[in-house]
Write a protein that binds this ligand. Structure first.
Ligand code: GRF
Length: 215
């Protein structure tokens, strides 16, 4: 069993491709004092990603690193690793990042790359998870924060939240209901890193008891 990290303030890097609402929820938790962390750098692979504007507005360093500017994926990811390292990020939170992560990147931040996925994993991995849930006719879906491994949405699960699927749901209404929960659990998963409460045993994340009860 491996303890992932000792307690203390967490330096976070964000890697995102789009709108950035999960980034904002994490940044809000830090501002409220619910999460003892600092967002050191936001990187997007898309020049026009809203997350870059949102980050800059909060005076967080932002960077666009485009895969097309590099000879291959490994070289591109080396640039990401270098940027996060020089910003002193110790954990990378994927927040709507639409690419798989390669070995070198995973090894550069052992157990410290996390992702949020809009389904109750291991169901409905990959793209359009909310549509997959609707098509399968499940009564509940939700979201999952997990440690990133080589697979697509296959890594050890840290936290999950469930929501009901209603008879009249479409992709948008279900996505919105799930997104509300995403915004509640992502920063809480990061807080477990800050508190040094995460252990990994093979494919499972164990969470040690909290010392004092809180929300
Ligand atoms: C979220 O639904 C998240 O679960 C998925 O991508 C979406 C990102 O949304 N991985 P946002 O950019 O954080 O608003």
């Amino acid at each position: 069993m491996i303890r992932v990290r000792n307690p203390g303030r967490l330096n976070v890097g964000i890697l995102a491709s789009g709108r950035g609402s999960n980034f904002e929820a994490i940044a809000d938790a830090i501002e409220r004092g619910d999460l003892n962390a600092e967002i050191k750098l936001i990187i997007s692979d898309k020049e026009d990603a809203l997350v870059l504007k949102k980050g800059a507005k909060r005076k967080i360093p932002v960077l666009c690193v485009k895969p097309g500017d590099f000879s291959d994926a490994a070289v591109y990811e080396r640039a990401l690793i270098a940027a996060f390292r020089s910003a002193e990020a110790e954990l990378v939170a994927l927040a709507g990042y639409m690419r798989l992560i390669g070995d070198e990147f995973i090894n550069a931040f052992p157990y410290c790359i996390v992702n949020i996925h809009p389904a109750l994993l291991p169901s409905f991995r990959g793209l359009n998870a909310q549509r997959q849930a609707l098509e399968a006719g499940v009564r509940f879906s939700g979201c999952t924060v997990h440690i990133v491994d080589r697979g697509m949405d296959t890594g050890p699960i840290i936290l999950q939240a469930a929501v009901p699927v209603c008879g009249d749901d479409d992709e948008e209404s279900l996505s919105n209901r799930i997104l509300e929960e995403e915004h509640k659990i992502y920063w809480r998963a990061l807080r477990l890193y800050c508190e040094g409460r995460l252990y990994v045993e093979e494919k499972k994340v164990l969470i040690s008891e909290e010392k004092d009860r809180r929300k």
